[in-house]
Design a protein around this ligand. Structure first.
Ligand code: HEM
Length: 182
């Protein structure tokens, strides 16, 4: 994945555990690792190794780190200069959830080798959404749940999520999202 994602992982680990932990993780994963370049694609395995090594070194489950990565993503992306794009994507949670593919399609113009996930959002009724998440990557569902919570915070609402993992009848992850505060 693009360096932007690895930089978000670095930011999360530095903020949560401090710089020395981050340096230990980086050195264990690859002692020759240079600063990440936002616009450069890196092997997916590197991102998974950073999370896995941080989990081993801190005892915090990898899924919890992925959730927090997702939760912090909207703020991180805003600080990295993607605030306008986020503004453009939707003014409510409902609108935003329906525009996730459009958001990544726009990003394809800046990140030519982007291999984005796909999200199909069905509005069941006001405040109740069924979001179908498909990805060529395995194991990122906790990050997606964190992303939805981060988006809810952005729109001043709170949500509860029911998750049907991708081994189920649809063959992909399904998230049923219920707004608990409008
Ligand atoms: C302006 C904000 C955003 C930017 C700049 C951004 C950018 C990116 C980039 C660069 C990747 C790596 C893909 C690759 O390198 O092939 C990615 C992956 C991903 N993005 Fe976004 N994204 C944004 C917002 C969101 C939001 C709001 C969601 C909410 C669900 C989301 C969900 C994901 C997921 C789940 C992945 C992991 C890849 C996968 O599942 O296969 N992104 N995004």
């Amino acid at each position: 994945m693009y360096g932007l994602v690895n930089r978000a992982i670095e930011r999360l680990l530095v903020d949560r555990f401090g710089e020395p932990l981050w340096r230990r993780v980086r050195d264990e994963v690859d002692p020759d690792l240079q600063d990440f370049v936002t616009m450069e694609p890196y092997p997916d395995q590197l991102s998974f190794d950073l999370i896995g090594t941080a989990s081993n070194q801190t005892g915090v489950p990898a899924d919890e780190l992925l959730f927090q990565l997702g939760e912090s993503w909207v703020d991180f992306a805003t600080r990295e200069g993607y605030g306008d794009l986020l503004e453009l994507t939707g003014a409510t949670l409902a609108e935003f959830l329906q525009q996730l593919d459009a958001l990544h399609t726009r990003l394809g113009g800046i990140f030519p080798e982007l291999r984005p996930p796909s999200f199909v959002c069905k509005v069941e009724r006001e405040g109740l959404y069924e979001v179908h998440y498909s990805s060529e990557r395995l194991g990122l569902a906790p990050m997606v749940a964190g992303l939805f919570h981060g988006l809810a915070t952005r729109f001043g609402t709170t949500i509860e999520i029911e998750h049907e993992p991708r081994g189920g009848p649809t063959g992909h992850d399904v998230f049923r999202i219920r707004e608990t505060r409008g």
